[in-house]
Design a protein around this ligand. Structure first.
Ligand code: FE2
Ligand code: FE2
Ligand code: FE2
Length: 265
């Protein structure tokens, strides 16, 4: 591979990592300390997911391998702190994309980065507005010393962990796939299923005052084995929810049906 190409791949990989970082922070903020602005922040996270996908496809097109390693997150205590951190992240993103746009010679990649910068400027504007009008105090956090709470916390966290890793596994396969026509869900659609499951459970954790974590997977090649564990986790969750949270049962049933479909094809 020529040097120019490998340098471009290196820069795009930095951008990919920064998007991954932003996605995990924004989701966490939307589900936990900043759940008051959950919908606005989720919309931004969805933009970052599209950026993530465009960058990964560009990396594959150039002959590279998208690196999906998980960023380390530090917990955030207050909504103001979260929004300030999001503002800083957008400013850094804009600077980094501008720098990369200026040094990458390929015109189509320059144009793509310019397209992404447009979104990031808008995000910065929204986060600044949210911070300016914020009068909310952060929701209470759960007492995880309480044995009952800690059982719920670890049950839900196990599911978020697995969904996150399944999502990354399918996503990587979708990036490497040559997007041929097929019947049913392609790898990207499956990844989106996992993402939504993660979101439903992550949001539930936020309502309990718990903070979801995103542990890095050991390998992204074990999506199928993960699906078997998942059936068991949801089965246990449903048994628990029958007493503790009957309102959750239809969502759990829906997830289980979607997961079952993943095992068929
Ligand atoms: Fe982005
Ligand atoms: Fe952004
Ligand atoms: Fe799943």
């Amino acid at each position: 591979m020529d040097q120019e190409k490998s340098h471009t791949i290196e820069l795009l990989s930095q951008d990919l990592y920064a998007e991954h970082d932003a996605i995990l922070y924004y989701l966490t903020h939307a589900w936990t300390v900043a759940q008051h602005y959950g919908q606005e922040i989720l919309e931004i996270a969805y933009d970052e997911m599209r950026h993530f996908k465009w960058l990964a496809h560009s990396i594959v097109t150039l002959g590279g391998h998208p690196d999906l390693h998980t960023p380390e997150l530090t917990p955030i205590a207050s909504i103001d702190e979260a929004l300030q951190q999001d503002i800083d992240a957008e400013i850094r993103a804009i600077e980094q994309y501008e720098e990369h746009r200026d040094v990458i010679p390929d015109a189509s990649i320059k144009a793509l980065l310019e397209r992404i910068i447009t979104d990031e400027r808008h995000h910065l504007h929204i986060f600044r507005e949210l911070l300016a009008r914020n009068t909310e105090t952060a929701p209470k956090t759960a007492n995880t010393e309480n044995p009952e709470v800690s059982v719920i916390a670890s049950r839900l966290q196990n599911i978020v962990t697995l969904e996150y890793q399944q999502m990354l596994g399918y996503l990587l396969q979708s990036f490497l796939d040559n997007h041929s026509q097929r019947i049913g869900l392609d790898m990207e659609e499956r990844s989106i299923d996992e993402m939504r499951h993660m979101g439903w459970i992550g949001k539930l954790m936020g309502h309990f005052g718990l903070e979801p974590l995103f542990p890095a997977p050991q390998t992204l090649n074990q999506v199928r084995e993960g699906t078997k564990n998942e059936e068991q986790l949801y089965h246990d969750l449903k048994e628990w929810a029958k007493q503790a949270m009957p309102a959750m049962i239809p969502t759990i049933d829906r997830i289980m049906e979607q997961e079952h479909y993943h095992t068929l094809v």
